[in-house]
Design a protein around this ligand. Sequence first.
Ligand code: 2P0
Length: 324
Amino acid sequence: MKTVTARAHTNIALIKYWGKKDPDLILPYTSSVSLTLADFYTDTTVSFDPTLKADQFHLDGIAKPAGKVSQFLDLVRHRADIPTYARIESHNHVPTAAGLASSAAAFAALALAGSRAAGLDLSPSALSRLARRGSGSASRSIFGDLAIWHRGHDDASSVAEALPPTTLPLRMLVVMVDTSRKAIGSRALMANTVATSPYYPAWVTTNENAVQAMVEALAANDFAQVGHLTEQSSMQMHATILAADPAFTYWQPETLTAWAIVKQLRAQGIPAYATMDAGPNVKILTLSPYVEQIKAALAPTFGERLLTTGPGPAARVLTEVPNA
Ligand code: 2P0
Protein backbone atom coordinates (compact mmCIF):
# COMPACT_ATOMS: atom_id res chain seq x y z
CA MET A 1 0.00 0.00 0.00
CA LYS A 2 1.09 3.56 -0.72
CA THR A 3 0.25 7.07 0.39
CA VAL A 4 -0.68 8.94 -2.76
CA THR A 5 -1.34 12.62 -3.37
CA ALA A 6 -3.09 13.59 -6.59
CA ARG A 7 -4.13 16.92 -8.08
CA ALA A 8 -7.16 17.49 -10.31
CA HIS A 9 -8.40 20.78 -11.73
CA THR A 10 -11.95 22.06 -11.94
CA ASN A 11 -13.66 22.27 -15.30
CA ILE A 12 -16.38 24.47 -16.72
CA ALA A 13 -18.79 22.95 -19.21
CA LEU A 14 -19.06 24.76 -22.54
CA ILE A 15 -21.85 22.36 -23.50
CA LYS A 16 -23.65 21.52 -20.27
CA TYR A 17 -24.57 18.33 -18.46
CA TRP A 18 -27.92 18.62 -16.67
CA GLY A 19 -29.90 15.52 -15.77
CA LYS A 20 -29.33 11.85 -15.09
CA LYS A 21 -30.90 8.91 -16.85
CA ASP A 22 -29.43 6.64 -14.16
CA PRO A 23 -28.81 8.42 -10.84
CA ASP A 24 -26.95 5.47 -9.32
CA LEU A 25 -24.42 4.97 -12.10
CA ILE A 26 -24.58 8.71 -13.00
CA LEU A 27 -25.41 8.19 -16.64
CA PRO A 28 -26.41 11.57 -18.12
CA TYR A 29 -29.15 12.35 -20.64
CA THR A 30 -26.70 14.39 -22.71
CA SER A 31 -23.05 14.39 -23.61
CA SER A 32 -21.07 17.48 -22.56
CA VAL A 33 -17.90 19.39 -23.48
CA SER A 34 -15.68 21.19 -20.98
CA LEU A 35 -12.59 23.29 -20.45
CA THR A 36 -10.36 22.27 -17.54
CA LEU A 37 -9.06 25.37 -15.73
CA ALA A 38 -5.45 26.12 -14.74
CA ASP A 39 -5.90 28.03 -11.50
CA PHE A 40 -8.53 26.07 -9.55
CA TYR A 41 -7.75 22.59 -8.30
CA THR A 42 -7.98 20.10 -5.45
CA ASP A 43 -5.09 18.15 -3.91
CA THR A 44 -6.09 14.92 -2.19
CA THR A 45 -3.96 12.46 -0.23
CA VAL A 46 -5.21 8.92 0.41
CA SER A 47 -3.63 6.30 2.64
CA PHE A 48 -5.27 2.95 3.42
CA ASP A 49 -4.47 1.82 6.97
CA PRO A 50 -5.44 -1.61 8.38
CA THR A 51 -5.59 -0.17 11.93
CA LEU A 52 -8.49 2.22 11.08
CA LYS A 53 -12.06 1.34 12.11
CA ALA A 54 -13.60 3.83 9.64
CA ASP A 55 -12.57 6.27 6.93
CA GLN A 56 -11.24 9.59 8.26
CA PHE A 57 -11.78 12.63 6.07
CA HIS A 58 -10.28 16.12 6.47
CA LEU A 59 -11.10 19.01 4.15
CA ASP A 60 -8.75 22.00 4.35
CA GLY A 61 -7.54 20.69 7.71
CA ILE A 62 -11.00 20.28 9.27
CA ALA A 63 -12.52 16.86 10.11
CA LYS A 64 -15.70 16.24 8.07
CA PRO A 65 -18.23 13.40 7.87
CA ALA A 66 -16.78 10.86 5.43
CA GLY A 67 -20.21 9.90 3.91
CA LYS A 68 -19.87 10.53 0.17
CA VAL A 69 -16.10 10.03 0.27
CA SER A 70 -16.57 6.62 1.95
CA GLN A 71 -19.24 5.58 -0.53
CA PHE A 72 -16.88 6.46 -3.33
CA LEU A 73 -13.94 4.62 -1.75
CA ASP A 74 -16.20 1.55 -1.42
CA LEU A 75 -16.07 1.38 -5.24
CA VAL A 76 -12.26 1.49 -5.06
CA ARG A 77 -12.15 -1.13 -2.28
CA HIS A 78 -14.46 -3.39 -4.24
CA ARG A 79 -12.32 -3.08 -7.33
CA ALA A 80 -9.02 -3.61 -5.46
CA ASP A 81 -10.61 -6.36 -3.36
CA ILE A 82 -9.49 -4.87 -0.04
CA PRO A 83 -11.55 -4.21 3.11
CA THR A 84 -9.22 -1.49 4.47
CA TYR A 85 -10.32 1.99 5.60
CA ALA A 86 -8.40 5.10 4.63
CA ARG A 87 -7.25 8.51 5.74
CA ILE A 88 -8.26 11.16 3.20
CA GLU A 89 -7.03 14.75 3.24
CA SER A 90 -8.22 17.26 0.65
CA HIS A 91 -7.20 20.84 0.04
CA ASN A 92 -9.16 23.08 -2.30
CA HIS A 93 -6.98 25.58 -4.13
CA VAL A 94 -9.53 28.07 -5.23
CA PRO A 95 -9.07 31.80 -4.67
CA THR A 96 -10.93 32.74 -1.50
CA ALA A 97 -14.67 32.72 -2.00
CA ALA A 98 -14.52 32.33 -5.77
CA GLY A 99 -17.59 30.13 -5.66
CA LEU A 100 -15.79 27.56 -7.76
CA ALA A 101 -15.10 24.87 -5.17
CA SER A 102 -16.06 21.96 -7.27
CA SER A 103 -17.08 18.35 -6.88
CA ALA A 104 -15.50 17.80 -10.31
CA ALA A 105 -11.97 18.45 -9.07
CA ALA A 106 -12.71 16.73 -5.74
CA PHE A 107 -13.84 13.40 -7.17
CA ALA A 108 -11.28 13.38 -9.98
CA ALA A 109 -8.48 13.83 -7.41
CA LEU A 110 -10.05 11.23 -5.10
CA ALA A 111 -10.41 8.72 -7.95
CA LEU A 112 -6.75 9.06 -8.89
CA ALA A 113 -5.27 9.16 -5.37
CA GLY A 114 -7.64 6.50 -4.00
CA SER A 115 -7.15 3.99 -6.81
CA ARG A 116 -3.36 4.36 -6.77
CA ALA A 117 -3.21 4.13 -2.98
CA ALA A 118 -5.21 0.89 -3.20
CA GLY A 119 -2.65 -0.55 -5.59
CA LEU A 120 -4.66 -0.10 -8.79
CA ASP A 121 -3.17 1.37 -11.95
CA LEU A 122 -6.18 2.58 -13.93
CA SER A 123 -6.10 4.04 -17.45
CA PRO A 124 -7.40 7.61 -17.91
CA SER A 125 -10.57 6.12 -19.37
CA ALA A 126 -11.10 3.81 -16.37
CA LEU A 127 -10.36 6.74 -14.03
CA SER A 128 -12.92 8.88 -15.84
CA ARG A 129 -15.60 6.21 -15.39
CA LEU A 130 -14.68 5.85 -11.72
CA ALA A 131 -14.69 9.63 -11.10
CA ARG A 132 -18.10 9.85 -12.81
CA ARG A 133 -19.58 7.69 -10.02
CA GLY A 134 -18.65 10.43 -7.51
CA SER A 135 -19.89 13.37 -9.57
CA GLY A 136 -20.80 13.48 -13.23
CA SER A 137 -18.63 16.47 -14.09
CA ALA A 138 -15.61 14.77 -12.41
CA SER A 139 -15.42 12.38 -15.37
CA ARG A 140 -14.18 15.36 -17.43
CA SER A 141 -11.61 16.63 -14.88
CA ILE A 142 -9.41 13.56 -15.44
CA PHE A 143 -8.40 15.29 -18.69
CA GLY A 144 -6.69 18.61 -19.35
CA ASP A 145 -7.76 21.37 -21.71
CA LEU A 146 -10.86 20.35 -23.66
CA ALA A 147 -12.76 17.18 -22.79
CA ILE A 148 -15.92 15.51 -24.01
CA TRP A 149 -18.03 13.26 -21.80
CA HIS A 150 -19.91 10.84 -24.06
CA ARG A 151 -23.28 10.18 -22.46
CA GLY A 152 -23.10 6.48 -23.39
CA HIS A 153 -25.73 3.95 -22.37
CA ASP A 154 -24.07 2.00 -19.54
CA ASP A 155 -21.20 2.15 -17.06
CA ALA A 156 -18.62 1.19 -19.68
CA SER A 157 -19.70 3.60 -22.42
CA SER A 158 -20.40 6.75 -20.35
CA VAL A 159 -16.87 8.11 -20.26
CA ALA A 160 -14.92 11.28 -21.01
CA GLU A 161 -11.91 11.69 -23.26
CA ALA A 162 -9.62 14.51 -24.29
CA LEU A 163 -10.58 16.44 -27.40
CA PRO A 164 -7.82 17.32 -29.88
CA PRO A 165 -5.92 20.42 -28.69
CA THR A 166 -7.05 23.71 -30.19
CA THR A 167 -4.72 26.49 -31.23
CA LEU A 168 -7.25 29.05 -29.96
CA PRO A 169 -5.76 30.94 -26.97
CA LEU A 170 -8.82 30.33 -24.78
CA ARG A 171 -9.25 32.32 -21.58
CA MET A 172 -11.99 32.35 -18.96
CA LEU A 173 -12.88 35.29 -16.74
CA VAL A 174 -14.88 34.55 -13.60
CA VAL A 175 -17.22 37.30 -12.41
CA MET A 176 -17.89 36.66 -8.72
CA VAL A 177 -21.48 37.81 -8.36
CA ASP A 178 -22.15 35.98 -5.10
CA THR A 179 -20.00 33.35 -3.47
CA SER A 180 -22.21 32.27 -0.58
CA ARG A 181 -23.53 28.71 -0.47
CA LYS A 182 -26.09 27.94 -3.13
CA ALA A 183 -29.77 27.75 -2.24
CA ILE A 184 -30.37 24.39 -3.92
CA GLY A 185 -27.72 21.78 -4.70
CA SER A 186 -27.33 20.87 -8.35
CA ARG A 187 -28.05 17.18 -7.75
CA ALA A 188 -31.55 17.77 -6.36
CA LEU A 189 -32.37 20.48 -8.88
CA MET A 190 -31.21 18.35 -11.79
CA ALA A 191 -33.57 15.58 -10.71
CA ASN A 192 -36.47 18.02 -10.33
CA THR A 193 -35.79 19.60 -13.72
CA VAL A 194 -35.87 16.18 -15.41
CA ALA A 195 -39.08 15.30 -13.55
CA THR A 196 -41.04 18.52 -14.00
CA SER A 197 -39.69 20.88 -16.69
CA PRO A 198 -41.82 20.65 -19.84
CA TYR A 199 -38.79 21.89 -21.79
CA TYR A 200 -36.50 19.08 -20.65
CA PRO A 201 -36.96 16.75 -23.66
CA ALA A 202 -36.35 19.67 -26.05
CA TRP A 203 -33.22 20.61 -24.10
CA VAL A 204 -31.82 17.09 -24.43
CA THR A 205 -32.28 17.09 -28.21
CA THR A 206 -30.90 20.61 -28.70
CA ASN A 207 -27.95 20.15 -26.37
CA GLU A 208 -26.95 16.83 -27.94
CA ASN A 209 -26.86 18.50 -31.36
CA ALA A 210 -24.75 21.29 -29.84
CA VAL A 211 -22.15 18.76 -28.67
CA GLN A 212 -21.45 17.70 -32.23
CA ALA A 213 -21.48 21.29 -33.47
CA MET A 214 -19.00 22.24 -30.71
CA VAL A 215 -16.60 19.44 -31.64
CA GLU A 216 -16.68 20.67 -35.24
CA ALA A 217 -16.27 24.35 -34.28
CA LEU A 218 -13.27 23.53 -32.09
CA ALA A 219 -11.66 21.45 -34.84
CA ALA A 220 -12.16 24.39 -37.22
CA ASN A 221 -10.77 26.93 -34.68
CA ASP A 222 -14.02 28.84 -35.19
CA PHE A 223 -14.14 30.85 -31.97
CA ALA A 224 -17.30 32.81 -32.85
CA GLN A 225 -19.15 29.51 -33.15
CA VAL A 226 -17.46 28.01 -30.05
CA GLY A 227 -18.55 31.02 -28.03
CA HIS A 228 -22.04 31.12 -29.49
CA LEU A 229 -22.65 27.44 -28.73
CA THR A 230 -21.25 27.90 -25.20
CA GLU A 231 -23.62 30.76 -24.38
CA GLN A 232 -26.61 29.00 -25.96
CA SER A 233 -26.08 25.77 -24.01
CA SER A 234 -25.92 27.65 -20.72
CA MET A 235 -28.96 29.84 -21.41
CA GLN A 236 -31.00 26.87 -22.60
CA MET A 237 -30.06 24.92 -19.47
CA HIS A 238 -31.12 27.83 -17.24
CA ALA A 239 -34.35 28.31 -19.19
CA THR A 240 -35.16 24.64 -18.65
CA ILE A 241 -34.48 25.01 -14.92
CA LEU A 242 -36.65 28.15 -14.76
CA ALA A 243 -39.56 26.21 -16.27
CA ALA A 244 -39.41 23.43 -13.64
CA ASP A 245 -42.02 23.11 -10.86
CA PRO A 246 -41.38 24.90 -8.58
CA ALA A 247 -39.87 27.50 -10.90
CA PHE A 248 -36.32 28.35 -9.94
CA THR A 249 -33.27 30.25 -11.07
CA TYR A 250 -29.71 30.48 -9.72
CA TRP A 251 -29.41 33.92 -11.28
CA GLN A 252 -29.26 37.16 -9.34
CA PRO A 253 -29.68 40.71 -10.68
CA GLU A 254 -25.91 41.06 -11.12
CA THR A 255 -25.85 37.87 -13.19
CA LEU A 256 -27.89 39.74 -15.80
CA THR A 257 -25.75 42.85 -15.38
CA ALA A 258 -22.62 40.86 -16.25
CA TRP A 259 -24.35 39.18 -19.19
CA ALA A 260 -25.47 42.60 -20.49
CA ILE A 261 -21.86 43.83 -20.39
CA VAL A 262 -20.78 40.72 -22.32
CA LYS A 263 -23.39 41.44 -24.99
CA GLN A 264 -22.29 45.11 -25.20
CA LEU A 265 -18.69 43.96 -25.67
CA ARG A 266 -19.77 41.65 -28.49
CA ALA A 267 -21.63 44.51 -30.15
CA GLN A 268 -18.28 46.33 -30.15
CA GLY A 269 -16.61 43.39 -31.90
CA ILE A 270 -14.98 41.83 -28.84
CA PRO A 271 -15.40 38.04 -28.74
CA ALA A 272 -16.82 37.39 -25.26
CA TYR A 273 -19.45 34.81 -24.35
CA ALA A 274 -21.15 34.15 -21.01
CA THR A 275 -21.79 30.82 -19.32
CA MET A 276 -23.39 30.19 -15.92
CA ASP A 277 -23.51 26.98 -13.89
CA ALA A 278 -25.31 25.93 -10.71
CA GLY A 279 -24.91 29.38 -9.17
CA PRO A 280 -25.15 33.11 -9.99
CA ASN A 281 -21.51 33.62 -11.02
CA VAL A 282 -20.76 34.41 -14.65
CA LYS A 283 -17.84 32.88 -16.53
CA ILE A 284 -16.79 34.65 -19.69
CA LEU A 285 -15.13 32.69 -22.48
CA THR A 286 -12.78 34.75 -24.63
CA LEU A 287 -9.35 34.78 -26.30
CA SER A 288 -6.19 36.07 -24.64
CA PRO A 289 -5.82 39.32 -26.67
CA TYR A 290 -9.20 40.56 -25.34
CA VAL A 291 -8.82 39.86 -21.61
CA GLU A 292 -7.74 43.38 -20.61
CA GLN A 293 -10.55 45.10 -22.53
CA ILE A 294 -13.11 42.81 -20.95
CA LYS A 295 -11.71 43.38 -17.46
CA ALA A 296 -11.84 47.13 -18.05
CA ALA A 297 -15.51 46.92 -19.07
CA LEU A 298 -16.42 44.88 -15.98
CA ALA A 299 -14.32 46.75 -13.43
CA PRO A 300 -16.69 49.72 -12.81
CA THR A 301 -19.41 47.29 -11.69
CA PHE A 302 -17.46 44.35 -10.29
CA GLY A 303 -14.23 45.93 -9.04
CA GLU A 304 -11.94 43.26 -7.66
CA ARG A 305 -14.53 40.50 -8.04
CA LEU A 306 -12.85 39.18 -11.20
CA LEU A 307 -10.49 36.27 -11.86
CA THR A 308 -8.82 35.23 -15.09
CA THR A 309 -7.62 31.77 -15.96
CA GLY A 310 -6.92 29.55 -18.93
CA PRO A 311 -6.76 25.88 -19.89
CA GLY A 312 -5.39 23.60 -17.19
CA PRO A 313 -3.69 20.19 -17.15
CA ALA A 314 -4.99 16.66 -16.66
CA ALA A 315 -5.28 15.06 -13.21
CA ARG A 316 -1.90 13.78 -12.06
CA VAL A 317 -0.11 12.09 -9.19
CA LEU A 318 2.05 14.53 -7.21
CA THR A 319 3.66 12.11 -4.74
CA GLU A 320 3.56 8.39 -4.15
CA VAL A 321 5.25 6.98 -1.05
CA PRO A 322 5.23 3.31 0.10
CA ASN A 323 3.57 2.96 3.52
CA ALA A 324 5.89 2.00 6.38
C1 2P0 B 1 -21.78 20.84 -15.91
N1 2P0 B 1 -23.02 21.24 -13.81
O1 2P0 B 1 -21.85 20.28 -17.03
C2 2P0 B 1 -23.09 21.18 -15.22
C3 2P0 B 1 -23.58 22.52 -15.65
C4 2P0 B 1 -23.56 22.44 -13.27
C5 2P0 B 1 -24.18 23.15 -14.40
O2 2P0 B 1 -22.13 19.21 -13.63
O3 2P0 B 1 -24.98 15.21 -9.41
O4 2P0 B 1 -21.61 18.20 -9.44
O5 2P0 B 1 -22.54 15.14 -8.86
O6 2P0 B 1 -23.33 14.44 -11.13
O7 2P0 B 1 -21.40 17.21 -11.76
C6 2P0 B 1 -22.73 20.18 -11.60
O8 2P0 B 1 -23.17 18.96 -11.22
O9 2P0 B 1 -23.50 16.82 -10.44
C7 2P0 B 1 -22.61 20.19 -13.07
P1 2P0 B 1 -23.60 15.32 -9.93
P2 2P0 B 1 -22.27 17.76 -10.70
O10 2P0 B 1 -20.69 21.17 -15.41
